[in-house]
Design a protein around this ligand. Structure first.
Ligand SMILES: [Zn+2]
Length: 477
């Protein structure tokens, strides 16, 4: 299924910032160097680390999103499997063993806090040899393209009453600039230049500069750096940026005084094949232990990180669900970074029966249960392209029923419970019923966040709540 993604409404964002900033993925590492990997299924970015002046990557960050197994560690040797091929790394060695053959890594394997790091440039040989497919590495820009996934574009200047530059893309653009949501007004548009940054799309171009002449739109430059591509348009006017609903075109035109972007109507097509298959698949709960990797989430008592609590609670919840005969999967079962968007995409791609995000946070006490709060629940769901930011709208009633049942079970166990409707990310982007459960300390005691007994109680209540409504979850209203 394809997705067109739109901006998160600013009002919604403000509410969420006040209430639950940890869920917004705010982290201290915003200006980090990053590497982006593009595959046919997805794209993801991972932090690039400086170790003695050399760029390094965490191997788990690189390979887990592609489906690599959990690592087996034995002494200094570290093994994992991906695509039925084995990768062996040894701390301090400059060579890896891939499919039984030695491969030069261009630097030593480092181990830090249970994470295995390899030189960044080794990513090319690791990926090409494990995946056995073409891998292109735009090294200075830190972009890796797996299996010839490229999005190309052409630009055409239309001179009507007012000039309009139309960019047509070979594949739908998933997302414009990661900071788009926070940007006020039209993104990065100044009087003389407008920059569109593409962080999630494998956008490439054979032409780096095009000239159009004088006036509002004069030239276009393509560039790529730090795991992203940019298109910069220069001219003598502020430009309005309009992305079509299907994501295949972006138009830039001089800003009208009270211009309102009117996207083209949603393309109506027959429901995709996946849509029909959804109902025949086994029901399972997608458990999302929020945060992970560099994103530690909230910190309790000076050292205990939210990302650890959510993972522990997630494993407990999986156990409780399985004991009730309900299948469950974890979005991460190790300490990896996983973007909020990617979490939603995986959940949707795998057709989860229900999605449960787990958080731990202050302030307050007890447990908070969230379901989405969409401003426009009437948004039609027909057609192939679901609006990314309101993907949840068709499941809203079922999400609320699930939140209600879970809150009820938590109360039965004597916990203080608050039920809230709130656009906690990424609930709005999930097609299935979706809730978030946030554990807060009991009173002022940060130790309560570590209590195994408390984790048991909470996990058991969530599982009971889901078991209660399980029958209603797969049915569209
Ligand atoms: Zn959180």
């Amino acid at each position: 299924m394809r997705w067109s993604k739109q901006r998160l409404g600013k009002a919604g964002l403000a509410v969420a910032v006040v209430a639950l900033c940890c869920a917004l993925g705010i982290s201290a590492d915003t200006a980090e160097h990053q590497l982006t990997v593009y595959t046919a299924q997805s794209s993801y970015s991972l932090p690039v680390l400086d170790r003695g002046g050399k760029a390094y990557l965490n191997v788990a960050d690189l390979l887990s999103p592609l489906g690599a197994s959990q690592p087996h560690v034995k002494g200094k040797e570290w093994r994992l499997e991906l695509n039925k091929a084995e990768l062996r790394l040894t701390e301090g060695k400059e060579k890896a063993v891939i499919r039984g053959h030695q491969a030069d890594l261009g630097g030593k394997v480092l181990v830090e806090d249970g994470r295995v790091l390899v030189p960044m440039d080794a990513a090319l040989s690791l990926l090409s040899q494990l995946l056995k497919t073409a891998v292109d590495y735009h090294q200075p820009a830190r972009r890796i393209f797996v299996g010839n996934v490229f999005t190309r574009f052409h630009a055409e200047l239309k001179n009507g009453d007012q000039p309009s530059l139309v960019l047509t893309f070979s594949q739908p653009i998933k997302r414009l600039d990661a900071n788009h949501e926070e940007d006020r007004g039209v993104l990065f548009t100044h009087t003389d230049r407008t920059t569109l940054t593409f962080s999630q799309d494998p956008l490439v171009s054979d032409v780096n500069k095009q000239q159009f002449g004088e006036g509002a739109i004069q030239s276009l430059t393509f560039s790529e750096e730090n795991g992203a591509a940019s298109i910069t348009v220069t001219g003598n006017s502020k430009l309005q940026v309009i992305r079509s609903e299907d994501g295949k075109t972006i138009s830039l035109q001089p800003q009208a005084p009270v211009a309102v972007a009117t996207p083209e109507p949603t393309q109506q097509t027959a429901p995709s094949v996946e849509e029909g298959q959804r109902h025949t698949q086994e029901f399972f709960v997608m458990i999302d232990p929020s945060h992970g990797g560099y994103d530690k989430g909230a910190i309790f008592g000076g050292k205990l990180a939210e990302k650890e609590i959510t993972l522990r609670l997630a494993r407990e919840l999986r156990k409780e669900l399985e004991e009730r005969g309900i299948a469950a999967r974890l979005l991460r079962d190790s300490d990896i970074d996983l973007a909020l968007e990617r979490r939603a995409e995986i959940t949707n791609e795998q057709h989860a029966g229900i999605y449960v995000a787990l958080h731990a946070g202050r302030p307050g006490r007890g447990v908070r249960v969230y379901s989405s709060l969409l401003s426009d629940p009437q948004q039609p769901l027909a057609g192939r392209f679901l609006p990314w930011d309101s993907a949840q709208s068709g499941a809203l009633n079922r999400s609320q029923a699930a939140a209600h049942a879970v809150a009820g079970e938590l109360r039965k166990k004597g916990l203080t419970v608050a039920s809230l409707g709130m656009p906690v990310r990424p609930l709005n982007n999930i097609v299935a019923p979706a809730i978030a459960v946030e554990l807060a300390p009991e009173g002022d005691d940060p130790q309560s966040m570590e209590s195994q007994k408390r984790h048991n109680t909470v996990a058991s209540a969530i599982a009971s709540g889901i078991a209660q409504v399980r029958g209603q979850m797969g049915v569209r209203p």
